[in-house]
Design a binder for this molecule. Structure first.
Ligand SMILES: C[S@@+](CC[C@H](N)C(=O)[O-])C[C@H]1O[C@@H](n2cnc3c(N)ncnc32)[C@H](O)[C@@H]1O
Length: 210
């Protein structure tokens, strides 16, 4: 637990610096481009695309400055939206950018307190900095378990892929084995699991439907 607290402090520091330097932009959340940020959203949103016009709730865990809310509204989703982020600076930026919108709220924290129809995350598992890879794997498992506990209909998450080109891989990033996480999700959470690894980025998405 002590280790986890330090892990969260490091992570919080990393993203605070990003948003305080670059604001409500892709760089402010450590991404390389808005286009790639949206391609990731395209994958995660497959989790609930069948909902169409129906009312449902989504938690965007690690929401950054809340750009996924804009994406969802552009796509016509009227779902209720909760953005949660460990960084106070991110939540302040999200509130400045998208605060006061209908059926949307931003919450600072890491602990899910409510249950949602769906939970998604984009990018929280990528930057491990100096944390050992096996400690990071346990941390991921704990968080994904909470996604399972707090989602009624399903959840989706993405990670950098171990199938990245060796010359571009960095020591401070965590590259996950997509086959391991597919198997893990199948065995622990649901028979209905999709592994998406065909969208041209160095990451993959796991979708778990209950
Ligand atoms: C790479 S950014 C992506 C932000 C957003 N999902 C997007 O695509 O624009 C990751 C975000 O997750 C937050 N984060 C990282 N670990 C977290 C955790 N354990 N709980 C909640 N938020 C976390 C960071 O503060 C950061 O804002």
């Amino acid at each position: 637990m002590g280790e986890d607290k330090e892990l969260l402090r490091q992570t919080e520091r990393f993203f605070k610096e990003k948003v305080e330097s670059f604001g409500a932009t892709f760089q402010g959340v450590g991404w390389n481009s808005t286009e790639a940020q949206r391609i990731r959203y395209d994958q995660l949103t497959k989790l609930f695309s069948q909902e169409g016009e129906r009312a449902f709730s989504v938690c965007d865990y690690g929401c950054g400055y809340g750009y996924y809310l804009q994406y969802l509204r552009e796509r016509g989703y009227r779902c209720s939206y909760t953005g949660m982020d460990l960084s106070e600076s991110m939540i302040a930026c999200a509130n400045e950018t998208y605060g006061g919108r209908e059926d949307a709220v931003f919450v600072q924290g890491t602990k899910l307190e409510q249950t949602y129809d769906y939970i998604v995350e984009s990018g929280i598992f990528n930057v491990r900095q100096s944390v050992e890879a096996d400690v990071w794997t346990d941390y991921m498992m704990e968080i994904i378990e909470t996604f399972h506990m707090h989602s009624k209909k399903g959840f989706a998450f993405n990670c950098l892929t171990g199938y990245s080109d060796a010359e571009h891989m960095r020591e401070d990033l965590y590259y996950a084995d997509p086959l391991f996480w597919f198997d893990y999700a199948k065995r622990h959470f649901s028979q209905n699991v999709a592994l998406l690894h065909d969208y041209g980025l160095y990451d993959f998405t796991i979708i778990v439907r209950k």
